[in-house]
Design a protein around this ligand. Structure first.
Ligand code: ME8
Length: 532
């Protein structure tokens, strides 16, 4: 594809495949997928990376419990994550990376080498608290002893164990000021602002050097002996977060920094992650990259957590929702729409059956579905099955057309901040206005009194539906495509892959080019069913 627009590189966090995906994972994939689709439709060559994070003690321990090897566990569950992406959620990723992929070992080794060359890695001894569940070290004052006599990480509530071993350290402390300078020069690096501020405050309070290798287990990327800093007789594996973060480089061809894909796509435009891993992405990751003399990502978007009716999802409570259960019950596009419309991406959100139902029935079936179905049926029935020739436009016509015209620019700005909620809210506000317009103009009465005026009203309504359908594609690829098919809108440009229906997505290139009178339409079938 040739495009004058800059390429766009987006990543999700890579999930631990010690279990199977839940609706919280699906939330992140769907949002990132909508973002990637939006950029493709808007003419950017887009690369979208997702995958699984397979090393570390958590994976090793989970495998031991099942009596299989960590590689077997990773292979089995990674396949399930990929299946859910492909078959349940319709995620349009370009590569599904596994950190056990061969090229990822090369990339992890190479970034390690660069950090050694920078003089940022040294051998010492680690003694402190480690949470296997979080794959994270805690200082003593970040932990507490609870009523059961056991020690837990205060912030995350996970059990910690005393760990004492030889370890390589990364000179994170050296990067405190460079990071703070970088944050002030790039105020949109972390989003939303409130979560980014928490990160900045943490860095301001001082940074300790970071333990980046382990010797008490072996399920990880080996630290190559010739690339170490300091003499050791022990075998070290990289701390899982060192190799995990490096996946974002592997995905675009690192260590070959001269490769076409690396030059085109690095630095990443946005890493999409959840709020529990903001420090890894906003502090460790940019520090590693500074040390390795590589460019820093442009943005880290930190989303909130999904809760089940206000309660944290957890296996012990038994309220963990599998993505396929929701998709079966409500349909994929309604699930995708609900998750992106219901709460701002940066905030936590709580879902209930009633809330999903409300969105599906009022926003989709009533607001969009009914308007499209009524107006297009009238066109087919009363305008000889063709988009009618509109007459002169009244103030009411111009007003609703102008409102819908602004939606592309508003959506662009909102998507650039991963504010899907705002883009959809505004789009559905305009749909509400279009419904009011349709009701006021009463085209079904005009049929008997003023055919030319009826044609204009139907034309204007169909045009608003077309614009809304174009912009709904990233969120509801299949339904929006069906709607654009019903409007017989041409497929133009390479706006991404074809959808399940076989029709291609319609790029935003023709957003401001109105419907052509005389275009034949077929009798429409309802696209957004009510949930009974
Ligand atoms: O953190 N709601 O993997 P992970 C919303 N391997 N998002 C949620 C969520 C919820 N209830 N629960 C989890 C890891 N997430 C690391 C990442 S990246 C180099 C390595 C999000 O499987 C979570 O915040 O625990 C993270 O962004 C993603 O799901 C994977 O979580």
């Amino acid at each position: 594809m040739t495009s004058s627009k800059p390429p766009f590189y987006i990543t999700t966090a890579i999930s631990y495949p010690n279990g199977t995906p839940h609706i919280g994972h699906a939330y992140e994939y769907i949002a990132s997928d909508a973002m990637a689709r939006f950029k493709r439709l808007d003419g950017h060559e887009t690369y979208f990376l997702t995958g699984t994070d397979e090393h570390g003690q958590k994976m090793q321990q989970s495998a031991e419990k099942e009596g299989i090897s960590p590689r077997e566990l990773a292979t089995r569950n990674s396949a399930e994550f990929k299946r859910v992406d492909d078959e349940v959620l319709g995620i349009s990723y370009d590569r599904f990376i596994r950190t056990t992929d061969e090229d990822h070992y090369a990339a992890s080794t190479a970034i390690w080498r660069r950090m050694v060359e920078a003089g940022d890695i040294y051998l010492d001894k680690y003694a402190g608290w480690y949470s296997v569940r979080d794959e994270r070290f805690f200082t003593a004052d970040e932990t507490e002893v609870r009523a059961d006599g056991e020690r837990y990480a205060t912030e995350t509530g996970t059990p910690v164990t005393w760990t004492e071993e030889e370890s390589y350290f990364f000179r994170l402390s050296k990067y405190q000021q460079p990071l703070l300078d970088f944050y002030s020069a790039n105020p949109d690096f972390g989003g939303p602002r409130t979560r980014f501020n928490e990160v900045i405050r943490f860095v301001e309070s001082g940074l300790d050097d970071l333990s980046i290798s382990r010797t008490t287990f072996d399920w990880g990327v080996p630290v190559p002996k010739d690339l170490t800093a300091g003499e050791t007789s022990l075998d070290h594996v990289m701390y899982v977060w060192v190799d995990a973060l490096t996946n974002y480089l592997t995905g675009v061809g690192f260590p070959d920094t001269e490769s076409e894909s690396f030059r085109k796509f690095w630095p990443a435009d946005v890493h999409v992650i959840g709020k529990d891993i903001s420090r890894f992405h906003c502090i460790f990751w940019p520090a590693f990259l500074m040390s390795a003399r590589l460019e820093l990502p442009k943005r880290v978007m930190i989303h909130g957590f999904l809760h089940n009716a206000g309660e944290k999802m957890s296996k012990s409570v038994g309220n963990v929702v599998a993505p396929s259960a929701w998709v079966q019950e409500y349909g994929l596009d309604a699930v995708r729409f609900f998750l992106l419309r219901e709460f701002p991406f940066g905030q936590d959100g709580s879902y209930t059956h009633e809330a999903v139902l409300g969105r599906k029935n009022s926003d989709l079936a009533n607001n969009l579905g009914n308007l499209a179905q009524r107006s297009l049926s009238m066109v087919v029935k009363n305008c000889e099955g063709m988009i009618p020739q509109p007459g002169e436009r009244t103030a009411a016509d111009r007003r609703i057309l102008a409102q819908s015209d602004e939606l592309l620019e508003i959506s662009r700005e909102a998507y650039d901040m991963q504010d899907f909620h705002r883009a959809l809210e505004r789009t559905w506000f305009v749909l509400g206005e279009a419904n009011a317009y349709f009701a006021e103009q009463e085209p079904w009465k005009l049929k008997k009194t003023d055919l030319s005026r009826m044609n204009t009203v139907l034309y204007v309504t169909a045009e608003v539906v077309r614009k809304v359908a174009l912009l709904a594609q990233p969120v509801m690829p299949d339904s929006a495509t069906k709607l654009l098919d019903a409007l017989n809108v041409e497929t133009r440009g390479d706006a991404g892959r074809t959808n399940a229906s076989g029709a291609g997505p319609r790029s935003f290139e023709a957003f401001h080019t109105e419907l052509v009178p005389g275009t034949p339409l077929e009798k429409p079938t309802p696209i957004f069913p009510r949930h009974e």
